[in-house]
Design a protein around this ligand. Structure first.
Ligand code: ADP
Length: 247
């Protein structure tokens, strides 16, 4: 393992779908506490990149190290248990439960399970839920049904549910698709506020959103990392301009 200082490192990863290289010798690594944006045109390999980390897709070549362990050959639930959490593009909250109940489920663990019948929840779990409500600024909606929330609020609730599971790495897939400009800005501020304490990878193609994250950006194209740097650096990179304007 070349990148022993990294929380996550993908080394020379290739993924072939019947001969088509969705990922082609991709190298990418992250430090603990980092917020990283991954952008790229449609078909660049962003989803496949997440699928390799979570164990959904098996690479044909290369290795993935997480907390010093290779993830290759591990099952999805094992990788999740090692501390990789993923939020999919469309919110998957329990619509018929309240915001609080959704969070109760997320903070419950095998050691400290939630008893849905008599709702015994430990004090430290209640504190955790209140903290999460503040992080996503939804304290006023604690007893609202999740189904009654706006699309943006559902996205934030799901981010809080992911945080409640205390993953060591959070993978967030297109969190601002379908959000208003104001909700998009709030989502960027929320994700930005998580860095330091949390290691977060955000995939998106909304440039204004990515700029507001103020993070390092990896640009994917044709299954490999074209360049990395701050938004200012990558926006002036001729290769990036060609990729985005050449289509
Ligand atoms: P992105 O998320 O950046 O849009 P994807 O990772 O979804 O890109 O896809 C990368 C490429 O791999 C695309 O050309 C896509 O058509 C192809 N691809 C993705 N999944 C499969 C699959 N299961 N079978 C065949 N081709 C796939």
């Amino acid at each position: 393992n070349k990148n022993t200082n990294s929380l996550l490192s993908l080394e020379n990863i290739s993924v072939s779908f019947e001969g088509f290289l969705a990922l082609n010798d991709l190298n990418l690594s992250l430090k603990t506490g980092e917020l990283r944006a991954v952008i790229g045109p449609n078909g660049a390999g962003k989803t496949t990149f997440l699928d390799v980390i979570t164990g959904k897709v098996k690479p044909t070549k290369g290795d993935v190290f997480f907390k010093g362990k290779s993830l290759i050959g591990r099952k999805e639930h094992k990788i999740a248990r090692l501390g990789v959490g993923r939020k999919f593009q469309s919110p998957r909250v329990f619509e018929n439960l309240t915001v609080k109940e959704n969070l109760e489920i997320s903070v419950s663990t095998p050691k400290s399970p939630l008893n849905l019948i008599n709702k015994k929840i430990k004090n430290d779990q209640l504190d955790e839920i209140e903290h999460l409500m503040k992080v996503i600024n939804l304290s006023k909606k604690i007893n609202s049904k999740a189904g009654a929330l706006s699309h943006g609020q559902k996205q934030w609730l799901e981010i809080a549910m992911l945080l409640g599971q205390k993953p060591d790495l959070m993978l967030v897939d297109e969190p601002v698709a379908g959000l208003t400009d104001e909700e998009t800005d709030l989502t960027a501020d929320l994700l930005k506020s998580l860095s330091g304490e949390n290691t977060v990878v955000v995939i998106d193609h909304d440039m204004e959103f990515i700029r507001r994250l103020d993070s390092n950006v990896s640009v994917l194209n044709q299954g490999t990392v074209l360049c990395e740097g701050t938004m200012d650096t990558i926006q002036n990179d001729k290769r990036v301009i060609d990729v985005y304007l050449g289509r």
